[in-house]
Design a binder for this molecule. Structure first.
Ligand SMILES: Nc1ncnc2c1ncn2[C@@H]1O[C@H](COP(=O)(O)OP(=O)(O)OP(=O)(O)O)[C@@H](O)[C@H]1O
Ligand SMILES: [Mg+2]
Length: 246
């Protein structure tokens, strides 16, 4: 479970301080697929970077399970990043010189968790995501959709407690965006993965269990899908975004 409590973060430039997060609190339950939305500049990437502690927070807490990430030293947080967190980036960032399978195993190599079990997990993920036939190919030789699935498989290799994704559908057409979302849904359903995804896109967000909307440095609204039809949830999201604009 991810718990963010009264998180505050400002950026300073000379004597000027720009508050971005002014006391953000929310929870993402284990096995939940959650999205965070908000206009450009509302602090979504800042929030992700605070959770993974790539940038220091001013105050508040970020708890992953029982661990308060804000209290860890650099060595401890590096270990959490490599073992407990999985990252999916907007442009996927696969390494061209490694095969699909090697790319998937990369976090296990970096996190020093490489083992027969990790190799088996890589094969298992390739099967789940339907990329087993291309796993010896290089990124330049595979399609965009296959790259996305490889990136999500890589984020899952160490059985992370949490996947963090910043605009993973941002550069994609709607069909490829749908494929990324399907991969996350599969990860949630067959591996009980917990996913926290930043998105601008109400279509992508409408597949989530929960959507957190940021405005003016705070959680403006939290919407739950609650088993509703996707279309109905998307309509609610669009209405909320319109209301926020007023
Ligand atoms: N390193 C930094 N130094 C100073 N200000 C920053 C820094 N990074 C971000 N900001 C500012 O903080 C605010 C929030 O930025 P952030 O990148 O978190 O927004 P975002 O919600 O991810 O936006 P987008 O949807 O455009 O990606 C913006 O006003 C931005 O200019
Ligand atoms: Mg951003």
């Amino acid at each position: 479970m991810l718990q963010v409590l009264k998180l505050q973060k400002s950026y300073g430039a000379g004597n000027t301080i720009y508050p971005v997060l002014k006391g953000v609190s929310f929870t993402v339950m284990d096995g939940e697929f959650a999205a965070v939305m908000g206009s450009s500049g509302s602090g979504k990437t800042t929030l992700l970077n605070c959770i993974s502690r790539y940038i220091p927070i001013d105050s508040g807490k970020v708890k992953l399970g029982d661990t308060d990430l804000s209290l860890l030293d650099e060595t401890q947080i590096a270990r959490v990043r490599s073992r407990e967190l999985g990252f999916v980036f907007q442009d996927f960032l696969l390494l061209d010189g490694l095969t699909v399978r090697q790319n998937i195993l990369l976090p296990a190599i970096i996190g020093n968790t490489i083992s027969d079990a990790a190799e088996e997990q890589a094969d298992h993920l390739c099967t789940i995501f339907g990329i087993e036939k291309i796993c010896e190919k290089y990124p330049a030789e595979i399609s965009g959709g296959e790259k996305q699935r490889t990136a999500v498989a890589r984020a899952l290799i160490n059985h992370p407690q949490l996947i963090l994704a910043d605009e993973p559908t941002g550069n994609l057409d709607s069909k490829s965006a749908r494929a990324v979302i399907d991969t996350f849904l599969q990860a949630r359903d067959s591996l009980s993965a917990t996913i926290f995804m930043v998105t601008h896109d109400s279509f992508a967000a409408s597949f989530c269990d929960k959507v957190i909307i940021l405005q003016d440095g705070l959680v403006w609204k939290e919407l739950l899908r609650d088993g509703r039809e996707r279309r109905a949830f998307q309509d609610e999201l669009l209405n909320a975004i319109r209301e926020m604009g007023r």
